[in-house]
Write a protein that binds this ligand. Sequence first.
Ligand SMILES: [Mg+2]
Length: 219
Amino acid sequence: MAGPTPPRAILFDCDGVLADSEALAALVVAEDLSARFWPVAPEECRDVFLGRAVPDMVQVVEQRFGRVPDTWPAEIAARLTERMGREVVAVPGALAALRRLRAAGLPLACASNSSRAELAAKLGRLGIRDLFEGRVFSFEDVERPKPYPDLYLAAAAACDAAPEECVVVEDSLPGIRAARAAGCRVLALVWELPEALLRAQGAEPFRHMDELPALLGVA
Ligand SMILES: [Mg+2]
């Protein structure tokens, strides 16, 4: 039986898909908030902030804890960039899958709710920046972060592909919503969230990055 036809382009989320960064991000945020006398466990930050851009995090922090200084977004962004650049590791199987897809000649893009600096730090540490050939998009590069479709629309355009011709690889609810709103097919790595929840959002769940090339019709 013939496998699926490869898409025109593949658009990757970064956190929880390429970089195993969510636990480290939650730890950095929890340390910061705890030092401001708002003791909070990393696990709670992980639930609350998964997939959110820093400007959206500010709102949630202020609703739950209290007013943060105007400099907080810049401070937390700098701290995240520094820690990611030193400590983040890849999601198992992600690097091999990326190289396989690139070797098959498929255009790849990365679209993330991270800041530009943090995204560069993560892709740099993982040694995969060049695989995207400049098609790397931060929330700072578009008008609105995920769950709005802007990031995936920009990434598809950079690949010279219509959104319907692209497959997005995601793991979070804001990310899946963004990709579906853009009109893309979404494969969702079962990583932080349960399979049924991902499916209910219109994504096709899969369990390991090793499976990705075959799922995309790349043998
Ligand atoms: Mg993610």
